[in-house]
Ligand binder design. Structure first.
Ligand code: SF4
Ligand code: SF4
Length: 314
């Protein structure tokens, strides 16, 4: 039976288990809630038709409808659908970001993010047309069509109705398919057990805060659902001294920044030519960017005069 390319990675998870041998394969199939047909395991074979399906799967349990649905991730309802009627959204004004990285520091402190796994990173970018440098903070885009969720074979990531893409680290089996699928490089992987403070150890495992971190698992920004539930802004948003980050509810058409400025989301995006990063991929990101048309900050050091860098004119 034919499978779409999109289904390939899900099926590859089962195929990997099959190649690992029947006992391991059976264990994963049980975890995926699949039954081997006729007591045997499904077999995976590469297709030789370049324009056709890239894999064929034999021996799937017979059933009605799309056979690939057997491999679809189950929704994880352990944190519920999120805030009823809300559609959380973030707007990042690149004309205001001065690259101070207070957002990264605040996020890291709030979630005890291990060193090297920062959930929001600030990149130095260069405008293609003008060559001008600017700063670009990059959290998880909380995609409405999230590739990372689709490839996870154990539903360790899922999309809540309020727009947040959640991450249950206790479910993650470390296959890293989500890392490969994310076009924004928003996910990290703990190759070793990150050091834990006494304060962290005392905290219960809570997916709305994700302050515990484990070896062999992936992690990412989760839009601070714990803070948002309390009516507060995400840590990165409230820490930004420039008011460059706005957060709010798209359903209410209102976003707020650290300066207490609350503005209409639609107006902010429309009037400032807002765009979404790599939106041509169809991921439907929930993070919008406003281009750095009239920067309110000094350019990054590489753009400054040599004297400003501590050097001198000859
Ligand atoms: S940005 Fe990456 S990790 Fe975040 S929801 Fe989109 S695909 Fe998933
Ligand atoms: S929204 Fe929360 S988790 Fe995401 S980058 Fe900001 S502080 Fe970190």
């Amino acid at each position: 039976m034919a499978l779409t390319r999109r289904s390939f990675l899900k099926i590859l998870a089962a195929g990997t288990a099959v190649m690992a041998g029947p006992p391991a394969g059976n264990r994963l199939l049980r975890r995926l809630r699949l039954r081997p047909a006729g007591g045997g395991l499904p077999a995976l074979a590469a297709s030789r038709e370049p324009a056709g399906p890239i894999v064929r799967l034999f021996g799937l349990p017979a059933g009605d409808g799309d056979p690939t649905l057997a491999y679809a991730a189950e929704p994880n309802t352990r944190t519920g659908p999120g805030e009823a009627g809300r559609r959380w959204v973030m707007v990042i004004d690149l004309a205001r970001c001065d690259g101070c990285r207070e957002c990264t520091r605040a996020c890291t402190a709030m979630h005890f993010v291990p060193s090297g796994q920062e959930w929001i990173r600030v990149y130095e970018m260069r405008d293609h047309a003008t060559g001008n440098a600017y700063w670009l903070p990059r959290p998880c885009m909380q995609c409405d069509n999230p590739p990372c969720v689709k490839v996870c074979p154990v539903s360790a990531s899922w999309k809540r109705e309020d727009g947040i893409v959640m991450q249950d680290t206790s479910r993650c089996i470390g296959c890293r398919f989500c890392i490969a699928a994310c076009p924004y490089q928003a996910r990290g992987f703990n190759w070793v057990q990150p050091p834990e403070s006494e304060e962290q150890r005392r905290q219960p495992y809570d997916m709305e805060w994700n302050t515990r971190h484990f070896k062999g698992t992936t992690e990412k920004c989760i839009f601070c659902p714990g803070l948002v539930k309390e009516g507060r802004l995400p840590a990165c948003v409230s820490a930004c001294p420039m008011g460059a980050l706005y957060f709010g509810d798209q359903a209410e058409d209102a976003v707020t920044n650290s300066q207490g400025e609350t503005v209409r989301f639609s107006q902010l995006v429309q009037e400032n030519a807002g765009y979404r990063f790599l939106e041509e991929l169809g991921t439907e990101p929930r993070v919008y960017y406003l281009p750095p048309r009239k920067p309110l900050y000094p350019p990054p050091p590489s753009e400054q005069e040599p004297a400003a860098l501590g050097g001198g004119h000859r």
